[in-house]
Design a protein around this ligand. Structure first.
Ligand code: FBP
Length: 306
């Protein structure tokens, strides 16, 4: 496979990584309908852990079957599929080599009252299952944030040593953050930057709102304004927080919503220079033909066609 100039350029940002990790990043970046463009669409399916099976899969019952998600990601021409251990184990053999996979190695659940996640898989599992990367969530702002970052440090070092990439979900939550704070622009930028500083290859955050949450940050944002009313400018600010755009950053889809609302978010991500989307519920909670249409529309936006 010949890498595009764009992908070679992206790989050059990762100056300390070995050929194994660069090769796995290249696999993700070169796969699917967006292969070679530097943009990505990834299917994440860990919501069974996060929200429970019915809240995740009842809207589209075929999605209870882990094979469904491999099929959806492959048919849609996505770059990668991310899931926890059991879901990958349930189908990894049939789909070995068909699409890059990301093993989500920690998970939370809605029965917990703490903002923490358990480590539920290992780097060795990721290698055994043929994954390209491990995925790990940190909750900046949580009472457990430092333990989570320390767990990430260990797993990340181990993954990088054996040539895997690291995808970090960085979701601010915890006692000092209310719902507005969790997705405020300054907090989202902070979370993305923390993920970059922990050594993530691919950073995943929620699209930021126009709120600025921290009083200390408000002064800075007034003297160095970001056009907070413009969704693309907000995305561009997150990209800036990811080492001036020298780390890949993708944005999550959130709860199921109308196609137009999601496509508008994607237009802003594209215009703001984000590297793509990681869309779970908005994909697998729709009937498959609708999901394929929506994913195709998303891909067209990233190709600059829509
Ligand atoms: P969605 O597109 O379904 O939002 O998936 C992205 C994701 O990061 C999942 O990996 C994760 O399970 C979920 O969001 C967490 O969502 P929430 O923060 O709403 O619990």
């Amino acid at each position: 496979m010949r890498l595009t100039r764009k992908v070679k350029d992206i790989l050059s940002w990762y100056e300390s990584d070995n050929p194994g990790t660069k090769g796995n990043l290249a696999r993700i970046l070169m796969t699917g309908k967006l292969g070679g463009t530097g943009r990505m669409v990834i299917l994440p399916v860990d919501q069974g852990f996060e929200h429970g099976p019915a809240r995740s899969f009842a809207p589209n019952p075929p999605a209870y079957d882990p094979r469904y998600h491999f099929e959806l990601a492959i048919e849609a021409g996505l770059n990668a599929y991310a899931a926890p251990l059991g879901a990958l184990e349930a189908a990894a053999g049939s789909y070995a080599g068909c699409i890059p996979t990301i093993l989500k190695v920690n998970s939370s659940n809605s029965l917990s009252t703490t903002k923490d996640q358990a480590v539920t898989a290992t780097v060795q599992d990721a290698l055994r299952l043929g994954c390209s990367a491990i995925g790990f969530t940190i909750y900046p702002g949580s009472e457990y944030q430092f333990e989570m970052m320390e767990e990430l440090r260990e797993l990340s070092a181990e993954a990088k040593a054996v040539g895997l990439a690291v995808v970090t979900w960085s979701y601010p939550r915890g006692p000092m953050l209310d719902k507005v704070g969790e997705t405020a622009l300054d907090i989202a930028a902070y979370a993305a930057h923390i993920a970059a500083l922990t050594g993530a290859h691919i950073i995943k955050v929620k699209p930021p709102t126009d709120a600025v949450f921290l009083d200390a940050a408000k002064k800075t944002y007034q003297s160095h304004p970001v056009d907070v009313k413009d969704a693309a400018a907000r995305i561009a600010h997150i990209v800036q927080a990811c080492f001036a755009g020298r780390r890949l950053v993708v944005f999550s889809g959130g709860e199921a919503k109308g196609a137009d609302a999601l496509l508008n978010e994607v237009r802003a991500i594209h215009a703001g220079g984000g590297n793509g989307s990681i869309v779970g519920r908005n994909a697998f909670q729709r009937p498959k033909d609708e999901a394929l249409k929506l994913l195709s529309d998303i891909i067209d936006i990233y190709k600059g066609k829509a």
